[in-house]
Every structure is written in C-alpha cells, then in structure tokens.
Design a protein around this ligand. Sequence first.
Ligand SMILES: [Zn+2]
Length: 701
Amino acid sequence: MAGHDDARGEAVEEFLAKSLLLRECDATVIAKVTPHLMISELPAGATLVRAGSPSDGISILRRGRATASLVHATTGASTPLETLNVGDHFGDVGALTRAAHPYTIVADEPCVVLRMKPELVEALMARVPQFSLAIARRLAARAVQLGVITLRASSAPATGSALRAPTPAIGVEVRRPAPVSPSEGGSAAIPFVEVSDFEPGARVIGMLPTKLILQHRAVPLRLQGNRLLVGMVLPRHAAALAELRRVLHTVDFEVAAISLEDFAQTVQRFKLDAVRGAESTRDSIAVISPESLAYDAADSEREPEKGVRVVGDEVVRAVNRVVAAALSRDASDIHIEPEAAGVKVRFRVHGTLHDWSESLPPSFARGIAARLKVLSGLDITNTRTPQDGRIGLTAGSRELDLRISTLPSSRGEKVVLRVFEGSGMMRPLEQIFSDAGSLGAVRKALQRPHGAIIVAGATGSGKSSTLYSMLNERRRARPDTNVLLIEDPIEYRLAGVTQVQVHAGLGFSQVLRAAMRQDPDVIAVGETRDAETARMALEAAMTGHLVLTSMHANDVGSVLQRLESLECGRTLIAEAVSFVVVQRLARRLCPSCVRLDPPPPALLESLVARRLAERGSQVALPRPVGCDLCQQTGYQGRIAVVEWWQVTPEARDALAAGASHQDVLRAAGEARMLQTFRHNAAYLMARKALGTSEALMAVAG
Ligand SMILES: [Zn+2]
C-alpha cells in the first residue's frame, strides 16, 4: 500500500493530482484512491509489462523513465512505441480490453510505479467521468501517434495543424482520399494504406537510403512521373518529414500512413535490416574480428587451470564470434537463448532486436553460458538462480564493459549481455556543474590531499556518474596518485584506477580495510550504506587520504543526519568531511526553441513562495515550446540542479561544539560556503536551461 509520503518528500496525493490520469479528478477521489495503490520500485532494465501477460490494472510512473515496445509475435523483433515519463500511465489497453498486454514496457532507469488493481480501475471508470476521459484522451493521443487514426478539426482551418485546433473531433479515417503533399501542412487527413497495395520494387524502395527507412519508418511506395508516395508509420512526425523533404528534394513527395506491422514485414521482405548491418559497418563502426578481443587480465585470471577447463576451444571461439558480431553491428544488447533447434542469438541494434544469421548447435548452450560466467567471475556450478556480473574487454581501440545477467529457463540458462562503452560515458565536470562557482568549489575539494567528498542524491539522480567524473578529473590532474575504487557493481571502467567489486562475503568495509594496506592516495567507495563503511571511510579521510563516496540523501542537511544515524560521531564528521554535493536531475530546456514569457499569475505565486521570483516582478522566465530538434517536447537531455557545502574551519568548530545542523548551514550560507538548490535553480533559469516548472520541482525535491 502506498503511504502518504515517500522518500522524496512529495506526498503521493500531490503527485497524483499532477498525473495525466488523475489530474482532472477531485481531491476527494484522489484521497480515496491513494491508500489502494500498490507501490513498487524496479531497477533499470526491469520489465514493467510483458507482452502477452494478463492485464493487472493501470500503473502510473512515479519516478524514472520507461520505453513501450511492440514485440512481433513470431519474429520476436521489437519496435519502440513511445517513451513513458513521470506522471504517464500504462496498462490501460489491457485493462480496457480485459485481454493480455499488447506491448512490452522496460524501465530505462530505476522506476517507481504506482499500480491500481483492475477492480479499482473498473470502479473508477463507472463512477468518475474525469477518470474515463483521461484514459480516452491518452488512447486517442497514442492512436494519433501511431498514425492509424486521424484527428480532424471540426472546422478544418486552412493552415496550421489539426492537432493544435481547440476542439478537435476524433474519428477513424475510413475513406481513402488522394494523398496529400506534406508541404500542405497537417490539416488535411492522411490516408491509411497497405504496402502490398502498391507492390513497390527495389528501385522505388531504393529512392530512400535504408538508414532513413529504418530511422523514420518510412517506405517509398510508388513513383508516378515526378511524384513519390511514401508510407510512414508516423506520418506527422515533423522532424522525419523535414529530413525526407531534404533527401528527396528532386521529387514531389506525398505521405500516407502505414501500420507498424506492415512496415516490419516490408523491412523483412526487402532484407533492409541486413543491408543496414553492412552499411553501418562500412560507415562508422569498424568491423571487429573475433581474434582481436582481449578480456581484462583480472577476468582471464579467473579462468581455471587448463586441466579443469570447463569449455572447449570451439565454444570459446563461438563466444568471441558472437561478441565481435554484436560490436560490429553497434548492438546495445546481446540475447543468448537455448532452444530445441540450437542456441538462438539476437542483437538489439538501435532499439530493435535482430536474429543473428549464424546458428549454433544446441550442444553449445551450456558451454556458452559457462564461458561467459567464467569471464565474469560468476559461479558456473549455479544454474538455478539468476546471477549478475560484468566482463571488461578491449576491442581494438574501444574499452568496453559487458554487463551480464543470467536467467534460468526450462531449456537452460538465458544470458543477456548489455554493452557499455568504457570512458565514453564520462562527462567532464563542466557539463555537470555549469556555473563557475560550483565548478570552482568542486575542483578545490578535489585538489586537497585528504578529506571526504560526499556526493548525494536520490536513486537515479546521476550521483554515481558524477562520482566517476570527479575521480576521472582527479586522476587526470594528478596522474601520479594511486586511486582505488570499490563498488557494487562496477558501473564504468576507469583507466588508471584499480577497481574492486564488492560481492557476497566481501562487503564494502572488508574491502576498505584491505584497501588501506595498499597505500592508496585516493579511495572511492561506490556507495556508503552501512555504519562500518561510513566510519571507516571518514577515518581514512582523516588519515591522509582523499575519500570520495556517494550516499542516498536528499539535501546537505540530510547527509549530516544520515552520517549521524550511521553512528559517525560529531567530531569525526566535523574533522573528516570537506565537501558535500547533492544533486537532483531535471529536464533541460531545448536551447533552440526556449522562449521567455512572463509567467501566469498562479505560477508566479508558486515561484514567489519558493523564492525563485519576486512578487510583482514583470520579469520574463523561460518556458518550453517544442520544435523539430526536440521532437516537439521543448526539452533536450537533462541537467543536474545541485546544492553544495564547502566545509570551513569555522563550520568544523561549530559542528564539533554541538551546534545544530541548521545553525551550521545557515552560517555557511551567509559566508557563501553553501549554495542551495534554490540558488542553483535560479541561476539555471537565468541561463534559460531550466524551466519554471522544473525549477519548482527541483527546489521542492
Ligand atoms: Zn526544441
């Protein structure tokens, strides 16, 4: 059952009042619904909904981001449908049809989900019209996105998009009028056609580069004179249309809507995905030969002695071929599944799963799983429970991490490998701390020979990636230092850093104790979760080591409270901690379409209440608009809103003398040694990077 508050501080009811599903419902309805919600937290990569599984009600995404995909029943190919963000709901189709879910939803980041049981959904649908209306609106919007249903303005305007008309009527387009030119604007209906009606040949298909066909899900259908008809899954996608217009500038082109199924079949019929593989190999991604793969020294040392080798050379070579084939295709995931006919290997490339053309005999299944487990240091004798691990490898000039997870199935273990680039994910500190003051404070703390730097935030706030960026900067600035990183699991590979993974039986505190004997200058502890680790980390910081660690805490004050609750004494905290930074992620406004407008009075009131604006001020503030570059969302990427505290001798004295956290931090603020979320949010708004609503959320936490 969902409580009235969660760790983030915002009441569930407050959140629901902003969600797509319930925002038009009365507070009394929301208050009644709240106690009946089932709350669950899921890690990145978890499946929230599996296509074909029975409906279990409607869920609202409380935190995180997820992607819904259609999975082809026979080929298993998956096509991304839409991205679900905080406040979006899913499971509505299954709940309404009382049938199995038609799509699969996977968490892109750690997610928190609030679920309503089917009985609750039905009761609300029967009694609360606003609720039913919200479901209907969402379905209609999604249908438009799929290009199957056409929205027609009740009084079709001569120009402008029907989607933006004030009171659109919803209807399924059944007639098939002549196709329209996309340059005429979106007001006219777009016909829905089937590719087979046109039987396009290779010459017509070849009018558009394969890359664009796959990227925009657009298929040239018919060329008559100078007029080319293009079938698109999303016929109103402005950015796609703009690019097609640019590429097809020698012809007049017209668009028609086609279904996703139809598109997928066309791609298969013309073997366009195979062409794509060859193309990308030529273009940008170097072909990687199986012989060039070098696994981490530490990993290969784990391999048992020759005499007790568990897998033959044939299997070792097969695994290398699979990995090399995946990397050559720029795959993000490798799926290896035992089947009756053989080992099925699939690669996810640009979001879509493709079968590997090569087949491996069924007898290889156990050997392949065992080989991968040896490389990742997993227990090869355990085939009954899921296991997770990582394999570090070098392929040519690329340093990579393969994150492995195994899942026992009826035919043996299914193995999924996720591919991570080693250093490519590291962002420079300038990108995380965009204002000079914060950047300077962080750099100063990193220059010190000792002291503890604590990076805090909620789950999914990007705190570990900030920790790595800090370590990387320190390592670059002072390459002579001995850096040791202890984490669980190892998330990125850092050149020049000794990385130790914590596992069952070897916890943070034990590794930390051993690490102290290795004479490190810098010690990074992935996350401090227990009292012993916290105390040892702070003690190390007091004895000549620079210590970096991350913690789960919402602001600077909570970091101090958390350390005290982990049994660190006041004196230890005061002496050891040198810098605390807490971050919250917000959406970054799209720089190409952001606009400055005076905020509406109600919004201004909220901003004034949070001291992000002054009452009566006529100042214009940035707001999202939407353009082709940002897929009409108004946002591009994300940005960290930070709060930091630089610990001074005065603060140490006050803290050690028993002053309250509030007093210590207030004095730090006056001395400009503390920058709050509010300061940073105001700065980012002034830079037009943060919109007003995102600023309010970041400040409220
Ligand atoms: Zn934009």
